[in-house]
Design a protein around this ligand. Structure first.
Ligand code: KIV
Ligand code: ZN
Length: 440
């Protein structure tokens, strides 16, 4: 693996906000099998869930929300199969979501019965609109709902041999008055009684993200400063990508003091998706921070996710898309070739190649796809492919001339030339019509 430049090596202009840098990876919680799954056209059956679960284990995810067992028989059966077949490694904790209704909470505890450890994730919406329109309850009424749910979770936790980690989410935290979000979380925490040794998780979902990342981060910071159980709680962020800024929201939320992120691989999830854990992890990696996730075979992970979700990952998806290590333009191709040569010559550990944020090899991708030849390519790309694919080192004058020919072909027919087509063009242009004596 290459080293990447930490922030400190980048010149930053004068600014007024404090110099906050992410120095360690957060606790990752995958909600692919719950929030991701509930947004699929064709939700996963047990076999697909199992395949996804095994992938998450292989990547090193330690907290996995496996479903909403009281709402779905598939989720209930899947959770039972994990427990009964002993498929949950000792260092992994599964999470199960429940609403604050007694019969749903009871069914949730049935689903995890026999597990060594589990996160029981209780949620209810606290937003102004949902209080008025959905629950028709005032603040106290909604708090009461949450506290009664917590009390039952606590009672059932005391009666089971499973170690219960309690998680509470004020759903739509983003749309809840801050003082009320704090009030309801204080009431829930007072009921549960977390300690610094046995912390609860307080998860702050944006749910439908309608405000900028810095606004969310300010709210997370304020919450952390005022929450009286702060030392007994793990603060967690749960952004959705409605504004296309979920990654920024998560990163700023972490800078504002949160320690845990809930999201999905490649960002599947309700509407525009949950935050993409892969992008956050590789953003950390390229800033010199160990993400504690193994993304060294990103294409295999992507293929499994695409198969399980029955959804494609976008070809321009950060770090993982089919096209993200490909340069079409001639000047980019030229700079990449020079950068790679220089990198090889220097043997430096620090990745320093223009136009490539990351060494494709670090995520198991190859250099081969980087140079493609189309109407945007210059002599650099053409020369690179002729050399790497056909072992033909073209002199500079010939590179310029051949690149002009290639451009005429691609301008006329569109698309790109494969390495074989490039060779055919080279033959047709320089060799086929040449009589042997002309070569002398
Ligand atoms: O987005 C959300 O608010 C949720 C909660 C259930 C945590 O998924
Ligand atoms: Zn969500």
């Amino acid at each position: 693996f290459h080293k990447y430049r930490p922030y400190e090596t980048v010149d930053l202009p004068d600014r007024t906000w404090p110099d906050v840098v992410l120095e360690r990876a957060p606790i990752w919680c995958s909600t692919d099998l719950r929030d991701g799954n509930q947004a699929l056209v064709n939700p996963m059956d047990s076999a697909r869930k199992r395949r996804f679960f095994d992938l998450l284990l292989a990547l090193g995810v330690k907290e996995i929300e496996v479903g909403f067992p009281s709402a779905s028989k598939t989720d209930f059966d899947f959770t039972r199969s994990l427990v009964e077949e002993g498929l949950i490694p000792d260092d992994v904790t599964v999470a199960v979501l429940t609403q604050a209704r007694p019969e749903l909470i009871e069914r949730t505890y049935e689903a995890i019965d026999g597990a060594r450890r589990a996160i029981v994730h209780l949620y209810n919406s606290t937003s102004v609109t949902q209080r008025r329109v959905v629950f028709r309850l005032d603040r106290d009424g909604v708090t009461d709902l949450a506290v009664r749910g917590t009390a039952l979770c606590k009672e059932l936790a005391a009666a089971t041999a499973t170690e219960i980690v309690f998680q509470y989410s004020p759903e739509s935290f983003h749309h809840t008055e801050l003082d009320y979000a704090l009030e309801v979380c204080e009431a829930v925490a007072a009921e549960w009684g977390p300690t610094p040794e046995q912390k609860m998780i307080v998860n702050l979902p944006t749910t439908v993200e309608q405000f900028p990342p810095n606004v969310y981060a300010d709210r997370v910071e304020w919450f952390g400063r005022h929450f009286s159980h702060r030392d007994a709680a793990i603060l967690s962020v749960h952004p959705h990508n409605d504004r296309g800024t979920a990654v920024a929201t998560a990163e700023l939320g972490l800078m504002a003091g949160a320690e845990r992120v809930e999201g999905t691989l490649f960002g599947n999830g309700e509407r525009t998706g949950n935050v993409d854990l892969v992008t956050i992890a590789l953003n950390l990696f390229t800033q010199g921070v160990d993400p504690r996730l193994d993304l060294s075979r990103i294409d295999e992970a992507k293929a499994i996710v695409e198969e399980c979700n029955e959804l494609p990952v976008h070809p321009r998806h950060p770090y993982a898309g089919e096209l993200v290590y490909t340069a079409f333009s001639g000047s980019h191709q030229d700079a990449i070739k020079k950068g790679m040569d220089a990198q090889e010559r220097s043997g430096s550990e620090v990745w320093d190649v223009p136009y490539l944020a990351i060494d494709p090899k670090d995520v198991g991708r190859s250099y081969e796809a980087i140079i493609r030849v189309n109407s945007q390519s210059g002599k650099g790309g053409v020369a690179y492919l002729m050399e790497s694919e056909h072992h033909l080192e073209l002199p500079r004058g010939l590179q310029v001339d051949f690149a002009r020919t290639v451009q005429q072909i691609t301008d006329a027919r569109g698309g790109e030339l494969t390495a074989d087509e490039l060779m055919d063009a080279f033959r047709a242009h320089y060799l086929d019509h040449v009589r042997p004596y002309e070569l002398l």
